[in-house]
Design a protein around this ligand. Structure first.
Ligand SMILES: [Zn+2]
Length: 195
């Protein structure tokens, strides 16, 4: 795999499950349940830059008052995985995946994919579409869908953006970039190398 990008060998990533064990994870790229239908991670873990992990745990605490919790799909993603996603996505759908020549904020550990679940039932909340659906239903301002789906999507976005620390992606209601995301270097460490 060749690229002109240089990757940092050092990192400040933390494992979400270690610093905030009550956070609910559904690490889709460790399963076949993702847009490419096969696993990319050996372990169902999520990593983020330390300050971002703490910011997220604060938002999760805030959501609890309303009976919801954050459901994490993905955090840090090795650059090699972003490269596979790009290579295996047809050109018309590439606005939904990051260009490996630029790298993704997921490669910096400064973007996170997430949704909400109901604290009482443990069930994922219905949004305008599921995670990683590459259609306009994924747009964060999509006007179709049911009123309830839109209400919950907008509720999630407002709770995430209230802190002014996260910004939703225009094409993906589940993708949030940290406000200072580009200050972190691009990484291509496997999960095993982080530990
Ligand atoms: Zn994402």
């Amino acid at each position: 795999m060749s690229s002109n990008i240089t990757f940092s060998k050092t990192h400040n990533l933390v494992e979400l499950g270690k610093i905030y064990p009550t956070l609910k994870l559904d690490i889709r790229y460790a399963t076949k349940n993702n847009f490419l239908g096969r696993p990319f991670y050996k372990e169902a873990k999520a990593f983020l830059q330390e300050e971002i992990a703490y910011a997220l745990s604060g938002i999760d605490e805030d959501l609890k008052k309303d009976g919801y919790g954050l459901l994490i799909f993905d955090g840090y993603r090795p650059w090699s995985v972003t490269k596979i996603f790009w290579d295996e996505t047809i050109p018309e759908k590439r606005k939904f995946v990051a260009d490996p020549e630029k790298g993704s904020n997921h490669n910096r550990g400064s973007a996170v994919d997430l949704s909400l679940y109901d604290l009482k039932t443990g069930k994922e909340i219905n949004m305008t579409c599921g995670f990683d659906e590459f259609s306009e239903r994924a747009y964060s301002n999509y006007t179709g869908g049911t009123l309830e789906e839109k209400k919950m999507r907008d509720y999630l976005i407002s709770k995430m953006e209230k802190s002014r620390l996260f910004k939703v992606n225009a094409y993906e209601w589940w993708h949030f970039d940290y406000i200072d995301c580009e200050k972190y270097p691009l990484l291509d460490l496997t999960f095993e190398e982080i530990l």
